[in-house]
Design a protein around this ligand. Structure first.
Ligand code: BGC
Length: 457
């Protein structure tokens, strides 16, 4: 008898390989709080949240989940969950308050304590070095529009690796360089709030160069480091009523911007054709210098994939308006998350098998570094359980079709500061009362705990 999605018990999810890593993800600005404690410098998010209208209801990450003071409690929750690994991010301005130069030892001490607490709980620390909280001092110099920021990032990576590299072996350089470029510098809806549209493209190259330089820096300090980048990837779909040549061209152009611009250089050592974006010259007008693509394209130990939903596009209604696609809504009546995002688990199988088809042997082992959903407040979150069950089954299906997937990190352990949405979107397995900091595990927490236990060999 077919199992209806809302009755998928943890033991009914297909088995992943015995060594499969079960994890959860968070990010510094979204959970830590302690925004100016222990010498931390300002990040672009500390600045952006103070811009009137930038964040819903003027929420800020000043306190957030207060994880900075409550990390022991959070690690205890992770231990109860039975996590193999925990993906968190390191706040660059905690370590280098002005982005470069003087190191703040108290910032390093915090992550040192966190790493030790995780290891004592049997959980592998998996830090991301950049999850969008650029030091404001570097933004004042031009931020990711400037090549120098990439060199500063590599120096910061080395400082962190010197301190944590004896215990931390799996590293993620950047989180979602596509989203940071487009939301932060293209449309201005995230920090630093610059609306440069297509003039934001240098942000892609400079982040990718930063990834490459930091990869070398990490490997120089930690010879047995495994280095990944976490890219937001989306399968691009057309509506069934929209299949003209213009629609197909729009889908391909969107795929180039969202996926290939960030995946091709790290796996193939070259950029895709950007002529749909008015960039016909391979050196991007001199921005891409000799040797850059070798630095960016050095072998990776794994590709981090953050997946939330597919993207539907059509040919642009007004081709003169600037972008070679329009975003569209699917016609299928998909369930929606509280954020309004369609729930499409088979999109994850499509994405993973598509990556394998495109990159073949150049595709390193894949790690799902984020996947999860916002659901209404409350502890009985059956819709989140269904979401997780469907997407984990989709990962297993991709594995059965030959994609080497090594781990799954759900987004997120805790309700947290959801960027421009403030505290209005709840992605946590654990509910957080933001007035008191109180944490309460949801039904999905118990489900994920039982799933992990049932998957143990
Ligand atoms: C980001 C997270 C974010 C999540 C949900 C991802 O794009 O990496 O920081 O909270 O999506 O929007």
């Amino acid at each position: 008898m077919p199992v209806s999605p809302s009755s998928v018990g943890p033991t009914q999810v297909p088995r992943l390989p015995a060594e499969f890593v079960w994890g959860a993800s968070t990010a510094a600005y979204q959970i830590e709080g302690a925004a100016d404690e222990d010498g931390k410098g300002a990040s672009i998010w500390d600045t952006f949240v103070r811009r009137p209208g930038a964040v819903r209801d003027g929420h800020t990450g000043d306190v957030a989940c207060d994880h900075y003071h409550r990390f022991d409690e959070d690690v205890a929750l992770m231990r109860r969950l039975g996590l193999d690994a925990y993906r968190f991010s390191i706040s660059w301005p905690r370590i280098l308050p002005t982005g470069a130069g003087k190191v703040e030892p108290r910032g390093l001490d915090f992550y040192d304590r966190l790493v030790d607490a995780l290891l004592a709980a049997g959980i592998e620390p998996t830090p991301t070095l950049f999850h969008w909280d650029l030091p404001q001092a570097l933004e004042d110099e031009g931020g990711w529009m400037e090549r120098d920021t990439a060199y500063r990032f590599a120096e910061y990576a080395a400082v962190v690796a010197e301190r944590l590299g004896d215990r931390v072996k799996r590293w993620i350089t950047l989180n979602e360089p596509f989203v940071h470029m487009s939301f932060g510098y293209g449309f201005g809806v995230h920090a630093p709030g610059r609306a440069l549209l297509l003039d934001a493209l240098p942000v892609a190259h400079h982040q990718l160069l930063a990834h490459g330089l930091a990869t070398s820096a990490l490997r120089a300090v930690v010879p047995d480091a495994q280095v990944l980048v976490a890219n937001n990837c989306t399968p691009v779909r057309l509506r069934s009523d929209a299949r003209s040549d213009g629609d197909t061209a729009a889908a391909s152009a969107y795929d180039v911007l969202h996926n290939r611009l960030f995946n091709d250089p790290v796996m193939l050592g070259g950029y895709p054709d950007l002529s749909a974006y008015g960039m016909a010259d391979a050196s991007w007008g001199g921005l891409v210098r000799d040797g850059d693509l070798r630095t960016i394209g050095q072998p990776l130990d794994g590709l981090g994939v953050n997946y939330y939903n597919p993207t539907w596009v059509t040919a642009p209604a007004d081709p003169a308006a600037g972008l070679p696609f329009d975003l569209a809504e699917p016609e299928e009546p998909y369930e929606r998350t509280a954020f309004g995002w369609p729930v499409v688990p088979d999109g994850l199988t499509e994405l993973l098998t598509g990556l394998k088809a495109r990159y073949g042997d150049a595709l390193p082992p894949v790690w799902i570094t984020e996947n999860g959903c916002s659901q209404p407040a409350g502890l009985r979150d059956q819709a989140r359980i269904d979401y997780l069950a469907g997407h984990i089954a989709a990962v297993a299906e991709a594995g059965a079709r030959g994609v080497d997937v090594r781990g799954y990190f759900t987004w997120s352990l805790l309700d947290n500061f959801e960027w421009a949405e403030g505290y209005h979107q709840r992605f946590g397995l654990v509910e957080v009362d933001f007035a008191t900091g109180r944490r309460t595990p949801r039904a999905s927490f118990e489900w994920y705990r039982a799933l992990i236990a049932s998957q143990r060999p």
